[in-house]
Design a protein around this ligand. Structure first.
Ligand SMILES: [Zn+2]
Length: 238
């Protein structure tokens, strides 16, 4: 079965003062048997200079193992449809990263235009905010596909996230840095179709995060959904 890592960071990070190189990602992929890797820039780097998005895109063109996502800038520009991005990354827009949402964004007159354009583009967006923000955002969408990283761990309690979006077919979750118990409970709550494997390199390692999925007490069919099928279903084949 094909294995795709749906969540890694690539390039330099201004706040961390480090860089995740192409070689490092390829090395980790080889060690763990991962065939394709979703990449997006670090927030601090993209906010400082969004041209990092073009570098991510370039890498995807050069090496088919990489699946480039567009870092959505604070001005809320949708994924540029003329470029070959496969998805987007929405990260605590104008809020405190990994910590608190800025609810004024919900009153931004550009938000409805952003949602409308993103629904037409129809690519998935890795979306991280507090639960209440996420809920208010999702209520304004119709079919926009969003992927909540870490099963919602950084925006609240994963079980509250799962309960809130149980009936929302377009809301997906990734498993990065979650415990096997939480992943099992998430499969029990929303089924196997909306859960994606992710490592969150450099905060997790591909091998360890993958081993977590491979050792879950579930069938190969369910594992295949989580390891690649659910994600490839989200992409428009170009
Ligand atoms: Zn991440």
């Amino acid at each position: 079965m094909e294995i795709i890592d749906s969540h890694t960071h690539w390039g330099p990070s201004i706040t961390l003062g480090t860089e995740v190189t192409t070689e490092e990602l390829l090395h980790q992929a080889e060690l763990s048997g991962v065939e394709r890797i979703v990449i997006f820039p670090f927030p601090s780097t993209a906010i400082d200079d969004e041209r990092i998005n073009d570098k991510v895109l370039e890498l995807g063109k050069k090496n088919g193992k990489f699946i480039p996502y567009y870092y959505i800038p604070e001005e809320l520009r949708p994924i540029p449809v003329e470029k070959n991005f496969y998805g987007g990354k929405w990260h605590w827009v104008r809020g405190v990263q990994d910590c608190s949402s800025n609810y004024q964004v919900l009153d931004d007159p550009h938000l409805d235009l952003f949602i409308e354009a993103s629904e037409a583009i129809d690519l998935p967006i890795v979306f991280e905010e507090e639960l209440a923000f996420t809920e208010a955002f999702v209520k304004r969408t119709k079919g926009l596909k969003i992927i909540i990283p870490h099963l919602g761990m950084l925006g609240g309690n994963p079980f509250d996230f799962l309960k809130t979006f149980k009936q929302r077919e377009n809301v997906y979750f990734d498993t990065a840095l979650s415990s096997p118990e939480t992943i099992m409970r998430s499969i029990g709550t929303i089924g196997k179709e909306r859960i994606l494997f992710g490592s969150d390199i450099p905060f997790g390692t591909m091998k360890r995060e993958l081993e977590k999925i491979l050792s879950l007490p579930i069938g190969d069919d369910e594992k295949e959904c989580i390891l690649s099928k659910n994600l490839t279903r989200l992409f428009i084949l170009r």
